[in-house]
Design a protein around this ligand. Structure first.
Ligand SMILES: Cc1cc2nc3c(=O)[nH]c(=O)nc-3n(C[C@H](O)[C@H](O)[C@H](O)COP(=O)(O)OP(=O)(O)OC[C@H]3O[C@@H](n4cnc5c(N)ncnc54)[C@H](O)[C@@H]3O)c2cc1C
Length: 469
């Protein structure tokens, strides 16, 4: 929404809401009304209270399960409409950069392109990262995982499974992204068929494992998935009639990073810069944060014909910050997966990291819609913790540091997981910056839904503490 309004590209706005996405972009997309987490222990029945959920309310536009082939085609044609010159089936294999004049790109078919500035959004095999040796080896990511994923038909809603019958979460699991979590990994279930207007019977399914705990076996991904389901019969129930309808993708370790993401006349974005894990679905939001910070810089640099690297320095700080925040969250979550109490505490850290910055960004958007003054977005960039906006950035950073140190102590065997959970809950409970009405520090409050009533109570709680904008 911010990008659509700030840069005056109304075609992007529908993607900011579930309704807009299915009505204007594609009815093949699904609804993401919640982030749901069901905790499992191998060899034990699922404990009905070991569940957590964050509901994404309708007033917050409900999110979508983006069906990438459709949304990519839509955005591709929007870009063409605004003047982008499309080059299909063009693989860039050679790059030269002259800091004084710009970049020259060569394709595998011998075509040559010249540009004043190069934005490399090509993902893991980024030719810019290759050319300038930007991959951090080894990556600084603490988190370790590999994944196998596909699209399936015939996945039944987990709400219909025996294990879910006594669950009391506020929103059906199938109305959102379901995460089955267990010691050593997690499994995602992302349905595209979960609303009345859906024309798409598919469901995205992926199993992500710590490759140090579960080294890649000498099996096909389908065999490995079937093996996994045999060990977790409560999860298996929703896959009884499921069938993969596209080839499985099985990866090695997923994490990679870049020593820097901005240089003379170039910038790496999003997946070209680095990747942690699909947990918490931060890929597209992080990507759009980078687009938001990069776009006005490109526009101004082009107006001034001044492409000096300092103008883009914040984009690097932002991307490195987003990477580190995501790494902390996922690293701590995987340690949390060892013991429900610890996971129940770590999931509050994720909720805090998600909810508070979202409230800040939503507030900036509301101010912009009222005043039309983009200064409010420039002010958001004035943070000592790029990737986390002020005023909450420093507080969240302290919370993440405490959580990371606590989880490292659990990993090294210095601290028992239940003691770590108690310490974390106490920290969260006493944190003055976390709105008391949200009750994030109460272990039994396992669901979060930002109802208008809760927000009203948060407003009363914040009262004079809140800086005016
Ligand atoms: C398993 C998995 C699950 C995910 N789940 C989610 C999720 O649930 N929610 C979410 O928000 N995000 C998710 N993501 C992340 C999301 O897909 C990415 O954040 C997003 O796609 C990044 O966008 P990008 O433009 O950087 O890269 P990409 O979408 O990967 O696009 C890169 C493009 O560059 C092209 N390219 C590559 N090399 C060259 C070359 N040499 N020359 C020319 N073109 C080239 C590619 O063909 C591709 O079109 C997931 C990612 C993975 C791996």
């Amino acid at each position: 929404m911010t990008i659509a309004k700030r840069y005056d590209v109304p075609e992007i706005e529908p993607l900011a809401s579930f309704r807009g996405t299915v009505e204007k972009v594609s009815p093949m997309c699904g609804r993401k009304q919640n982030f749901g987490f069901v905790y499992h222990r191998e060899g034990q029945s699922q404990h009905p209270e070991h569940i957590n959920q964050l509901v994404i309310p309708e007033w917050q536009r409900t999110e979508s399960h983006i069906f990438r082939q459709d949304s990519d085609a839509y955005l591709f044609h929007v870009a063409v409409k605004y003047g982008a010159e499309p080059r299909l089936n063009t693989r860039i294999t050679g790059i030269e950069v002259d800091p004084a004049t710009g970049a020259v790109l060569r394709s595998d078919r011998g075509a040559e392109f010249r540009a004043k500035y190069l934005v490399d959004a090509s993902g893991y095999r980024s030719p810019v990262a290759d050319t300038f040796g930007l991959r951090e080896e080894p990556t600084r990511a603490r988190h370790h995982s590999r994944t196998l994923f596909t699209h399936m038909i015939g996945v039944t809603p987990f709400d219909d499974a025996a294990a879910a019958r006594s669950h009391k979460q506020p929103n059906p699991w199938h109305h959102g992204t379901l995460h089955h979590v267990f010691d050593g990994g997690w499994l995602w279930v992302i349905p595209f068929d979960n609303h009345d207007d859906s024309l798409n019977p598919l469901c995205s399914v992926g199993l992500t494992l710590d490759e140090r705990v579960f080294p890649k076996p000498d099996l096909t991904p389908q065999q490995e998935f079937d093996d996994f389901l045999r060990r977790f019969p409560d999860i298996a129930e929703q896959f009884r009639s499921a069938k993969a309808v596209r080839p499985w993708v099985g990866t090695g370790r997923l994490q990679y990073s870049a020593t820097r993401t901005v240089g003379d006349r170039y910038c790496l974005t999003a997946h070209a810069a680095g990747f942690i894990d699909a947990l918490y679905s931060r890929g597209l939001t992080n990507t759009l944060e980078v687009v938001n910070a990069l776009a006005w810089r490109l526009i101004e640099a082009s107006r001034d014909d001044d492409w000096s690297t300092e103008r883009f320095a914040y984009v690097d700080a932002l991307q490195q910050g987003l990477f580190d925040v995501h790494d902390d969250l996922v690293y701590c979550s995987f340690v949390g997966f060892r013991h429900y109490d610890l996971w129940n505490a770590v999931v509050r850290v994720w909720k805090s990291t998600s909810i508070l910055p979202t409230m800040t960004v939503e507030k900036a958007l509301r101010t912009f819609l009222k005043t039309g003054d983009a200064q409010v977005f420039l002010d958001l960039e004035k943070t000592e913790t790029p990737g986390l906006p002020d005023p909450v950035g420093k507080d969240i950073t302290r919370l993440l540091e405490f959580t990371r140190h606590t989880c490292q102590a659990v990993e090294s065997g210095e601290l028992a997981a239940d003691h770590a959970a108690a310490a974390l809950f106490a920290w969260i409970h006493d944190a003055a910056f976390l709105p008391a009405p949200f009750e994030l520090g109460l272990p039994d409050n396992r669901y979060f839904e930002a109802t208008p009533h809760l927000l009203e109570r948060e407003g009363e709680w914040a009262g004079p503490r809140r800086p005016s904008t």
